[in-house]
Design a protein around this ligand. Structure first.
Ligand SMILES: [Zn+2]
Length: 317
């Protein structure tokens, strides 16, 4: 997928996937961003499977290279659905037992901002508000970057809320900026934003149905995996087995427990008691250069089937 073209044409890429792989995937629009773009969930495998995994990317504006990684994964699994196997199981058999929900682009407005600046936003009022955030960040001393570079490194959504600080876990403890900003502003309450609401709603629905096994959050960068949210006992033993497998597959190092207040993984792991990890792709700082895409894709390609296979084999999970 050529990235800039793919991003401007994200919806038609999704429609193309639907028409080509309609027997394998089920697509749902979970909500719309502030600028009106759909937030899509592409379920690979059987939507009614007893086990389900959620995998999402593009939460932070400048990290949308991972959107391409997830789309490439999806294409690979769809193209090889009946022909290829993982640990002896055909992909079809694996994903019919443990479905994987791909949310390739959680923050479409942010991705447009990072790639095209405010010109990438359709809504005129939003564009004006975004310009005000730039001025307020300059005044507060949060940035000294010139206009284009400031937006290239933007992390938040179009309203200046950092979506990975907008979840319902230790929300009060997060030392947030006091006003909308390019990063580190948590919003007025958990899930105040349509993008975080869309993801949280999907996760909560699967959780209540008793089918949610794991949530894997793709971010950048550092080639690292965060997974330690203070789990104990048998649960810790089981989850550490899975993350060691993911670390061996990707070559990414496992990190010790670190604060993640109001983050998605923190919410899923600490509040719901379900496996969560944050996978930080790329060697260079975000936005990770496109040249890294082939290596990132190669390292992460088998992550969805490794996770699915793990939960298929662990019936207690
Ligand atoms: Zn991130």
């Amino acid at each position: 997928m050529i990235f800039d073209t793919g991003l401007r044409d994200y919806k038609s890429t999704i429609l193309h996937f639907i028409s080509r792989y309609s027997k394998i995937i089920t697509v749902n629009m979970l909500g719309r961003s502030h600028d009106g773009t759909g937030i899509y969930d592409i379920c690979l495998g059987k939507p009614t499977a007893r086990k389900q995994i959620v995998l999402h990317a593009g939460c932070h504006a400048r990290e949308s290279l991972n959107t391409c990684v997830l789309m490439d994964m999806l294409e690979y699994f769809c193209e090889n659905y009946t022909a290829c196997r993982y640990h002896g199981k055909r992909f079809m058999e694996l994903f019919e037992t443990c479905a994987v929900h791909f949310l390739p682009l959680l923050n479409p407005d942010g991705a447009m901002l990072s790639h095209f600046g405010p010109a990438g936003i359709q809504n005129e009022h939003l564009r004006t508000e975004i310009q005000k955030i730039f001025e307020s960040d300059l005044q507060a001393g949060y940035t000294a970057l010139e206009h284009n570079e400031y937006f290239r490194r933007w992390k938040a959504n179009a309203k200046g809320v950092d979506l990975n600080r907008n979840f319902d876990s230790a929300f009060g403890q997060y030392p947030s900026r006091s006003a909308p900003s390019c990063e580190n502003y948590k919003g007025i309450h958990p899930e105040s934003e349509p993008e975080s609401t869309a993801l949280a709603h999907l996760i909560a629905t699967l959780y209540r149905a008793g089918t949610l096994c794991a949530v894997l959050s793709y971010h950048s960068s550092g080639e690292e995996i965060y997974w330690d949210y203070g789990q104990t006992g048998k649960r810790r033993t089981m989850e550490s087995t899975l993350v060691r497998e993911l670390s061996a597959l990707t070559g990414y190092r496992l990190l010790p427990e670190a604060p993640d207040e109001a983050g998605c993984s923190d919410w899923v792991s600490r509040r719901l008691g379900v496996f969560a990890c944050t996978i930080e792709t790329g060697k260079h700082s975000a936005p990770v250069p496109e040249e890294e895409l082939p290596e990132i894709t190669a390292r992460n390609m088998l992550v969805p089937c490794a996770a699915a296979d793990f939960f298929v084999n662990h019936t207690e999970a």
